[in-house]
Design a protein around this ligand. Structure first.
Ligand code: CP3
Length: 329
């Protein structure tokens, strides 16, 4: 049997039907909070290339929004947040609001699960505390993280208050996703690679371990996938110490290292370069086969090393799915 396959950002702007659906909402957060639209966006890739899992259509920044921070998505600019500047700003955020505010997401999860065939898994997700904290402090993407890193350097206890708040809010959010029908969870730590080893332990491994433990108190059996993008050799400690069941590999992770060091301890997921998916052809086929040959005989989920980018030809996604499905161990 070939391994299961899904793609990060498998719903989104590379799909013409997504671009059309997206026009029905005033802004991106409204889109995420309209269950009918979120359900439809989640299901679109299933009709196009039949991945083995659906991932909830939402965003990691719904958590800061639910905590009461001002979050805005501007067309062509990405997310803009009213940045946190002080401990007082953190104290103004309210973890108790989160579940009520995110009720439309839970309604969407319920609707997705009802619409999915039984063999298709539904993956819920959230951003990891460190990655979400970056957006909350920087106020936008595309920065060098100097404000977040500077805050942590000058006032580590204050920055830890924010991380702890996110562990609490995100734990509650993920548990509620499972209660409404999510069957696996992924924790996106997209900016884990920005940290040196000491900070990686303190800001990535420790909060993720707490988050995993808190989900497990209520949902002991839900599989949890961690994605510490850019962690390099620290992928090993991340897998050993956080308690995740599976680990999503970015495209820079060496396949021999993944097989020898990570795959004996966890399911591995990944890691085709999304830019190779844009180019397609023989290069894509060969890169996909190299991943399958290296990792496909152990516990493995085929995926990309990061999300599908908007310029990806849909045709290439269909060819990738055909390549994976034709492979045999
Ligand atoms: O994978 C999926 O199909 C589920 C949907 C999903 C989205 N965002 C939809 C989205 C998931 C899992 C995310 C996670 C997310 N969001 C991450 C972690 C993964 C990663 O990519 O590193 C991060 C860092 C964000 C924050 C975010 N959201 C940014 C930086 C942007 C702007 C960049 C961009 O691609 O436009 C978004 C917006 C966003 N989230 C879009 C989609 C489909 C595009 C908005 C639109 O359609 O107008």
């Amino acid at each position: 049997m070939p391994p299961p396959l899904w793609l990060m950002r498998q719903a989104g702007r590379y799909l013409p039907e997504y671009r059309k659906l997206r026009q029905r909402a005033r802004n991106f957060l409204d889109f995420c909070y309209t269950p009918e639209l979120a359900v439809e966006a989640t299901l679109q890739p299933l009709r196009s290339f039949q991945p083995d899992a659906a991932i909830l259509f939402s965003d990691i920044l719904v958590v800061p929004d639910a905590l009461g921070q001002v979050v805005d998505f501007r067309e062509g600019e990405g997310p803009i947040l009213e940045p946190l500047r002080s401990r007082r700003d953190i104290e103004g955020l309210k973890a108790e609001r989160v579940l009520r505010h995110l009720e439309p997401v839970f309604t969407a999860i319920h609707g997705i699960r009802e619409a999915l065939p039984p063999q298709t898994a539904l993956i819920g997700f959230a951003g990891a505390p460190w990655t979400v904290a970056i957006y909350m402090v920087e106020g936008r993407g595309g920065t060098d993280f100097s404000r977040a890193l500077g805050w942590d350097r000058e006032d580590p206890e204050g920055f830890a208050m924010l991380i702890d708040l996110l562990v609490e809010a995100t734990g509650a959010y993920l548990i509620e996703q499972v209660r409404h029908g999510a069957e696996a969870l992924q924790i996106f730590d997209s900016w884990a690679g920005a940290l040196d080893e000491e900070r990686f332990r303190r800001l990535v491994i420790t909060p993720t371990r707490k988050l995993v433990a808190s989900v497990r108190t209520t949902c002991p059996d839900v599989p949890i996938i961690g994605f510490p993008r850019g962690a390099g050799p620290l992928y090993d400690d991340y897998v050993r110490e956080t308690g995740v069941d599976a680990v999503s590999l970015d495209s820079g992770v060496d396949l021999d290292f993944a097989r020898r060091t990570l795959q004996s301890r966890a399911v591995v997921q990944g890691n085709l370069d999304p830019q190779i998916l844009v180019r397609g052809g023989d290069e894509m086929r060969e890169a996909a086969l190299a991943i399958l040959e290296n990792l496909g005989r152990g516990p493995f989920i085929f995926n990309l090393g990061h999300g599908v980018v908007p310029e990806t030809p849909v045709e290439n996604v269909l060819q990738l799915a055909a390549t994976v499905r034709a492979w045999r161990p």
